[in-house]
Design a protein around this ligand. Structure first.
Ligand SMILES: [Zn+2]
Length: 338
């Protein structure tokens, strides 16, 4: 089979690789239906995370079950499945507490921009749809496995409630999915912080009621202005930089909550400031598995269409161009079809 391999910053190659095999009785092999490039794949691509030895890339997938290990009974060959980048047995204490992304047997996916993928913990990780969904749903189901699940978690962690005001920091795919989640959870006012016209448009289509283009302290001042000088009930931090985190914490009202889902890079939180702010803070890798059945249902009933975050569609062998387009901000998110 073939798949994407990173050799160095800026150097993604589509190469012939060994076909994945069942290594443990709890594994499954899937044939990729669609996969994509994630904003977080840009960290190593831009040299902001070390690459080390050349290694395969990609952690988002939906596909068809090809083969299952002897202990996998929940899915069968031929079924269409959605999973998560953090695999989970769905039975341990952390899983039962709803934090499957902290499963005691967790393995992170890392080679999904490929024709075939091995899924560890397949029994607990994969959710099969009742029948093979129409192809038009595949991009949205793919987002459910990662960015939409993460946006949902951001809204959940920020405790978005009906009638509340939510701020979304970040207009990448996760931020845009955060807008969808805030809307579905009943937020009355959704303020999206975005400087890009096309993303502002999509945020508005997804349910944003206000757009704030300012950043940093100016952005915080604008949020205060829009919320009676108090701040927002919920803030979804979907970037992971120091500036975004500070903006999020200072945009929340006393007693409000920040859900942070951007993988932090050089983020430090001032203990004194957090203490006196009365702001609740929760984040981490999204427990996507907890939300999968519900979000799959949201997509297949047409309630949400997060597939719209893909603004570039390429064939899998053009994966290098997908990275380049996202790095140069010509695309928000690249869909890849084998
Ligand atoms: Zn577990």
């Amino acid at each position: 089979m073939r798949g994407a391999v990173i050799h160095a910053p800026g150097d993604i190659r589509f190469e012939t690789l060994d076909d994945p095999k069942i290594l443990h009785p709890t594994d499954a092999i899937i044939r990729t239906a669609v996969t994509c490039v994630c904003g977080s794949d840009l960290w190593p691509y831009r040299g902001l995370e070390p690459t080390g030895e050349p290694h395969p890339m990609g952690h988002e997938y939906v596909g068809f079950v090809e083969e299952t290990g002897s202990e996998v009974t929940s899915v069968k060959p031929g079924q269409f499945v959605v999973g998560s980048s953090a695999t989970s047995d769905n039975t341990c204490t952390n899983c039962r507490n709803g934090f499957q992304s902290n499963c005691l047997h967790r393995e992170f996916m890392s080679a999904c921009q490929a024709d075939y993928v091995r899924i560890p913990n397949a029994q607990g990780t994969l959710v099969a749809t009742d029948e093979v969904p129409e192809e038009k749903f595949w991009p949205a189901l793919l987002t459910v496995s990662d960015v939409m699940g993460t946006g949902w978690w951001a809204a959940d962690a920020a405790e978005v409630k009906p009638g509340s005001t939510a701020v979304v920091v970040g207009d990448g795919a996760v931020g845009l999915c955060g807008v969808i989640a805030a809307k579905e959870k009943g937020a009355e006012r959704i303020i999206a912080m975005s400087r890009h016209e096309s993303r502002q448009k999509l945020a508005t289509e997804f349910g944003a009621t206000d757009i704030v283009t300012e950043r940093g302290e100016e952005g915080v001042a604008r949020i205060k202005e829009l919320t009676g000088e108090i701040g927002a009930d919920s803030v979804l931090e979907c970037v992971g930089t120091a500036q975004a985190m500070q903006q999020a914490l200072r945009s929340a009202r006393p007693g409000g909550n920040v859900g942070f889902v951007g993988v932090p890079h050089d983020v430090a939180v001032d203990g004194q400031e957090l203490f006196f702010s009365h702001v609740g803070l929760r984040g981490g890798p999204a427990p996507v598995r907890r939300y999968l059945p519900d979000l799959i249902d949201h997509v297949l009933t047409g309630a949400i269409d997060p597939g719209k975050v893909f603004d570039l569609a390429l064939s899998l062998d053009q994966v290098a161009e997908g990275y380049k387009a996202m790095d140069e901000r010509r695309a928000t998110k690249t869909l890849l079809t084998p």
